[in-house]
Structure formats: structure tokens, C-alpha cells
Design a protein around this ligand. Structure first.
Ligand code: AMP
Ligand code: MN
Ligand code: MN
Ligand code: MN
Length: 291
């Protein structure tokens, strides 16, 4: 099964009533294709009322950006931190954070060092499989962004060493493949502490993407709550309504608030356009309840 096969590929735009919140998106500061200004322009065009910018292990996309005072789209400063739970790589969103907080900044520096170290390991592993030039190629594509598997995947396609991104992830970089190098990240407790220090809400991102059994997901949610986690991304992209209901119930059972987001990286991505997010279940407490 492909990592993102949970999401239907059809590019249907979902019309919503009430407030449109998209609390998960990426810019060129990590592995997105648009800079912050272009991302916000698309959010405004899509009538998004509240947009969280949540780059992987960086807030650089927010640092140089000042929102237009008249904009009707409220920008929520955020981050998506990489960590592990029982050897499974998981992602924790920090929403409504103070991007200048010292503890968070120190944490980000550690994560970026881990990214660089991981890139060396990924390149060495890919080299053993006969793929060449990957560290230089991915580093160049990353530019000033934190180097990610997306840059490796793009380089493999660009250098014609694979035919498609699907092949890059399916053979080399996706879950369980040689380029999926784990355990260099800070612990779950640590990333939740940094988010709390920065005054934010920690949200367990896209819970259905970890390929956990129901029982394991329940255990993860419980451990996440016990570590101080406060929210669950009940709605990620254009997911199945039955799954949204199930995750909404899980959030309520665990005393977690509910979040929703497209996980937007680039226009035309398969799983959801910016703002193409359905409503949260009515019995959930949205993360923005106290903002
Ligand atoms: P990293 O943060 O370097 O571990 O890279 C993880 C990122 O790679 C995810 O956030 C996605 O953007 C991307 N990614 C991982 N697997 C896939 C996949 N199978 N298809 C598309 N994108 C993927
Ligand atoms: Mn990504
Ligand atoms: Mn993620
Ligand atoms: Mn993401």
C-alpha cells in the first residue's frame, strides 16, 4: 500500500459553511513548493479564515513574513516536529506558538542537526544501492530549507535515476525502505515540552498515516495525552468520513481537542488542495476554541 493511498486522488473542492480552518500546511522553508506569501495568497483566494503554517522542524517560513493587516485570513504560527514513538516515526504539530521562544529555537536547532546527520546516512544507503550524487543533489534542491526525503525523491526523479516520485518513495524513501532512517529525532516528551514552552497546543498529526492497528493507535493517543499532548488531527486532507468519525470519537475518549488540515505541500498534490478540508464532527472540541 502506498503511504498516501488513504486519500482519494480526485481533485474535488469541498464547500463549507461556517469557519474554514486549515491548520496544516508547508512552505519552501521545508518541503513545500510555495513561499509563505504565495501560500497565504492561495489561502485567501480559497476563502480560508484561519491558516496554520506548519513546516517540518522549522519556523523560518514565518520569521520573514508579516501578514497584511486587512487580510481576512488569520495566520496561525505553527510547526510540525518529527519524533518517534516505539520506533514508529510520528509527527507532532505545534499550533499557535511563539516562534521566538528560546526553548523551541534550541529544539529546532537540534532537529536541523539531526536532519543533516540523517541526510548523510540516507545518501550512504542509497549509494550502496547504486544511486549516485544524492547528497549533493538533494542539498542543492533543499537550498536554505531543512533537507528532507522530499528533496532526495525530487533529485532521484530529476537525475532520471527513477521514473517517478512514486518509484522514489516506493523503492527507496518511503516507510520501511532503506532511506527511511529513524531515531535521530528528539523524544515525544521533548517535542511536546518545546511546544508547551512556546505557548502552543501540541497536536498528533495525521494519525491514520502511521499504519498502526486500532489498538496501537489508541495506545499512541493515550501516551501522547500522558506526555502532555492536547490535540488530535481528526481530519487530515480528504479522508473518509467514517475515519473522521472514528478519530473524533478517539479524541473525545482521550480528552484531546480536534484539529483539521490539508497538509498542503504543492498545488495539484493528490490528497487535498489548500483549504479543502471538511468540517470536524460536531461533538469534538476544536483546537481553536480558546484562541
Ligand atoms: P522527512 O520530513 O524528511 O522525513 O520527509 C517526510 C516527508 O516526505 C513527508 O512530510 C511528505 O511530505 C513526504 N513523503 C513521505 N512519503 C511520501 C510518499 N509516499 N508520497 C509523497 N510524499 C511522501
Ligand atoms: Mn512533508
Ligand atoms: Mn507529517
Ligand atoms: Mn505535514
Amino acid at each position: 500500500m502506498q503511504f498516501y493511498a488513504l486519500y482519494p486522488a480526485a481533485a474535488e473542492t469541498v464547500m463549507l459553511t461556517g469557519m474554514l480552518a486549515d491548520l496544516h500546511s508547508h512552505t519552501t522553508a521545508s518541503d513545500g513548493s510555495l513561499d509563505t506569501g504565495a501560500l497565504v495568497a492561495i489561502a485567501e483566494a480559497a476563502s480560508v479564515d484561519m491558516l496554520a503554517i506548519t513546516d517540518h522542524d522549522t519556523v523560518a517560513g514565518l520569521q520573514a513574513f508579516s501578514p497584511e493587516p486587512e487580510s481576512r485570513c488569520r495566520i496561525i504560527p505553527g510547526i510540525e516536529l518529527s519524533t518517534t514513538w516505539r520506533k514508529t516515526a510520528i509527527h507532532v504539530l505545534g499550533l499557535n506558538i511563539d516562534i521566538n521562544n528560546r526553548a523551541l529555537a534550541d529544539g529546532i536547532e537540534r532537529q536541523q542537526t539531526a536532519r543533516c546527520e540523517r541526510a548523510d546516512v540516507i545518501a550512504a544507503r542509497l549509494g550502496k544501492l547504486g544511486l549516485h550524487g544524492t547528497l549533493e543533489g538533494a542539498t542543492k534542491l533543499a537550498g536554505t530549507a531543512g533537507i528532507s526525503r522530499v528533496h532526495f525523491a525530487n533529485y532521484l526523479v530529476e537525475s532520471a535515476q527513477v521514473k517517478s516520485l512514486q518509484e522514489a518513495y516506493g523503492k527507496y524513501l518511503g516507510p520501511g525502505k532503506p532511506g527511511d532512517v529513524k531515531s535521530l529525532w528528539a523524544s515525544l516528551d521533548e517535542v511536546i515540552e518545546w511546544i508547551a514552552a512556546a505557548g502552543g497546543i501540541s497536536v498528533l498529526a495525521h494519525p491514520a498515516k502511521y499504519r498502526l492497528t486500532n489498538l496501537k493507535l489508541e495506545e499512541l493517543a493515550r501516551d501522547f495525552r500522558a506526555a502532555g499532548g492536547q490535540g488530535l488531527e481528526v481530519l487530515s486532507g480528504k479522508q473518509d468520513i467514517a475515519l473522521t468519525r472514528r478519530l473524533g470519537k478517539l479524541a473525545n475518549r482521550m480528552g484531546l481537542m480536534a484539529s483539521c488540515g490539508s497538509d498542503f505541500h504543492r498545488p495539484g498534490q493528490g490528497w487535498a488542495e489548500l483549504g479543502a478540508v471538511r468540517s470536524l464532527p460536531a461533538d469534538c472540541t476544536p483546537v481553536w476554541a480558546h484562541w
